[in-house]
Design a protein around this ligand. Structure first.
Ligand code: SF4
Length: 290
């Protein structure tokens, strides 16, 4: 597996995109970027990240802000539970780590909403620590090169074993970009791939890409097809949160705001789910942000 390191670094380092969080080594700034970029396109994240860091440059600033303000800024990025968790994580950093995002894996993993990928990303991208990150892109690349489906643990072990010591920052950025741009989920560009010679899946694919034989499909951490967004609960919840970012909404108006017609029982169920997630409060006959 180590044979993929040199060709991938040669391929990727010259074309690393100049993203704003790649120019900082501040753990809080990196954490914010990683949480925002989960399941959201980079182009939408960049302006929000700038606004966020300008307003809340430290965990303490964020923790002191009302959650409603943070949710308002977050509006448009989707998956607002991430926002609530980030706000909770800021509070935990203030209470338990004197306002400084910790620099060890166990402490990072104990923060709300911070999983194995995000914790390692903070260490690799802020501290250039020798840790390997595994997101869906990396898991897909590793499984294909290895030529077999991988469990979450096997992916992490393989990533750890492949990591070039002292080059964690570049390596992790490059292998993520490689998965996102070349070894993509649906249309890997094997004919121009710099590591085709080391790839077992490519070697076994003969003349053409065999989707059915793609080991990434049965690999634990790779992305699975998303449920339809149109007509989904997620869409309806998002509509309400967008309006709540501007004004309060009467309980009796919620179904209309969610565009659910006269399905008031579904609207009530979704409001309850938002309340449970800590994203909405119901105050008498009004819904509002917490
Ligand atoms: S040869 Fe194809 S499947 Fe293998 S790593 Fe390259 S792009 Fe991915």
């Amino acid at each position: 597996m180590n044979a993929i390191v040199a060709p991938l670094l040669s391929w990727g380092v010259p074309q690393l995109r100049d993203l704003p969080w790649r120019n900082t080594r501040d753990r809080w700034a990196v954490l914010v970027s990683e949480v925002m970029a989960q399941q959201t396109q980079v182009a939408r994240v960049v302006p929000k990240w700038h606004q966020f860091m300008q307003r809340w440059p430290t965990p303490r600033d964020c923790a002191q802000a009302p959650l409603a303000d943070v949710l308002r800024l977050w509006s448009g990025l989707g998956y607002p539970r991430r926002c609530r968790n980030l706000h909770l994580a800021a509070g935990a950093v203030v209470e338990q780590h004197n306002g400084v995002v910790p620099s060890d894996l166990a402490s990072l993993l104990s923060l709300p909403g911070v999983g194995p990928y995000t914790a390692r990303a903070v260490l690799a991208f802020a501290d250039s620590a020798d840790v390997a990150v595994v997101d869906t892109n990396v898991a897909r690349v590793l499984a294909r090169v290895a030529g077999r489906p991988l469990s979450a643990r096997a992916s992490q072990e393989l990533a750890d074993a492949t990591l070039p010591t002292g080059r964690a920052w570049e390596w992790n950025q490059v292998i993520i970009d490689f998965g996102a741009q070349m070894c993509t989920a649906r249309a890997p560009q094997c004919h121009v791939c710099p590591i085709a010679g080391q790839c077992r899946t490519y070697a076994a694919s003969g003349d053409g890409w065999n989707v059915a034989a793609d080991p990434a499909r049965a690999t634990a951490l790779t992305s699975k097809p998303q449920a339809r967004f149109d007509g989904s609960d997620r869409q309806a919840r998002g509509r309400l949160l967008r309006v709540l970012a501007e004004r309060g909404v009467r309980v009796g108006e919620v179904a209309k705001v969610m565009r659910l017609g006269d399905d008031t029982s579904r609207a009530a169920r979704l409001v309850q789910s938002l309340v449970r997630d800590g994203l909405v409060v119901v105050d008498g006959e009004w819904c509002r942000l917490p």
